[in-house]
Ligand binder design. Sequence first.
Ligand code: CUA
Length: 152
Amino acid sequence: SYEKIWLMAALLLIVGFISTVTYGATAVGIDMVSDEGGTVNASALDEDPRFSEPRVEQVGDNEYEAYVIAQQFIFRPDPITVPANSTVTFFVTSPDVIHGFEIVGTNANVMVVPGQVTELTVDFNEPGEYGLLCHEYCGAGHHTMEGSVVVQ
Ligand code: CUA
């Protein structure tokens, strides 16, 4: 609908302003893409190849890095699987709008901003499954945006 187009245009403007503030005039981080999703390619996605295939990587004995994309209206990868007794640093970005990243049952609760990478480190001890929720309104499917972190 036209309403959606104007909403997207407004979001693009906002994203553009944020990007200008963050990266300065030299980095044009926003690339409008006319694909069916009407999504915005944020600079973090374009410039950091680790997000091209969202995943968990082992970087030390008990240390892991998780590259996560939060987008309307899913988290990738899903589930995010890590071993018990590990320390996981999450790098989370968004290709479209602002999302939330909350791991239920932990104090991990951050905002994910298009074009920026949010970093947080979480220790996982007990095996189990944690819910992953988006807690920032991000569109019509916001209430369905959930994933999970599986500690095994
Ligand atoms: Cu993503 Cu709400």
